[in-house]
Design a protein around this ligand. Structure first.
Ligand SMILES: [Zn+2]
Length: 210
């Protein structure tokens, strides 16, 4: 398996490339920016992009998706509950003081329970609203890997003060959808270091004292 995660853009969104060295197919998760770098890496690794998966429609996660689609032909997938955020791309760009990236609605919706990814490395979509209404996590059960977007961070949780954010929902999403996963599930977060479900269950201050 090829698995590379690297920060892109001014907010250092973690972008992930997951590739299959046998079939030479790949997915990219959260190409928020620096599409040239992502595309060059895919080429260097000899990978053909099959899907562009977006955990939520904040600019730092979705901003490069359409450019990457145009370079590769791969479809874009995210949850339909984040379509209102896509329509707010001008104001999202204003928050960051950057130019508005061109975006487009997804080619397919990431509905809860949908299986996505590669034939040998499938992922189940877990709808985890709270950071945004359409935030999803991607659970690669055979790999013991979770892509958490901005729902769960090492020692923290996603902010809920932006439009569509809901603190009670993010706490409920983490408790009902993420903490039931095995302790040794590796969690690649949307920003900052990786963690594990076990480490967050025992040590995340936002998930205790209720
Ligand atoms: Zn976000």
């Amino acid at each position: 398996m090829i698995l590379e995660t690297f920060p892109v853009g001014p907010l250092a969104c973690n972008c992930t490339i997951l590739g299959d060295p046998e079939t030479h197919e790949a997915i990219v998760i959260d190409p928020g920016d620096e599409v040239g770098l992502i595309h060059r890496r895919l080429t260097e690794l000899g990978l053909t992009l099959k899907q562009i998966l977006v955990t939520h429609a904040h600019i730092d996660h979705v901003g490069g998706a359409l450019r990457l689609k145009r370079l590769t032909g791969a479809p874009i997938l995210f949850n339909e509950n984040d379509l209102p955020l896509l329509k707010m791309m001008d104001s999202q760009a204003g928050w960051l003081g950057v130019a508005t990236p061109e975006t487009a609605p997804p080619d397919e919706y990431l509905a809860d329970g949908l299986l996505v990814g590669l034939e040998h490395y499938p992922a189940k979509v877990l709808l985890t609203p709270g950071h945004t209404p359409g935030s999803v996590c991607l659970h690669f059960a055979p790999l013991k890997l979770l892509i958490a977007g901005d729902t769960l961070f090492a020692g923290s949780i996603g902010r809920t003060d932006l439009p569509g954010g809901d603190y009670d929902k993010i706490i409920d999403s983490i408790h009902t959808r993420l903490l039931p996963l095995p302790d040794d599930t590796r969690v690649l977060t949307g920003h900052g270091p990786a963690t594990t479900i076990g480490a967050e269950r025992s040590g995340n201050p936002f998930l205790h004292g209720q």
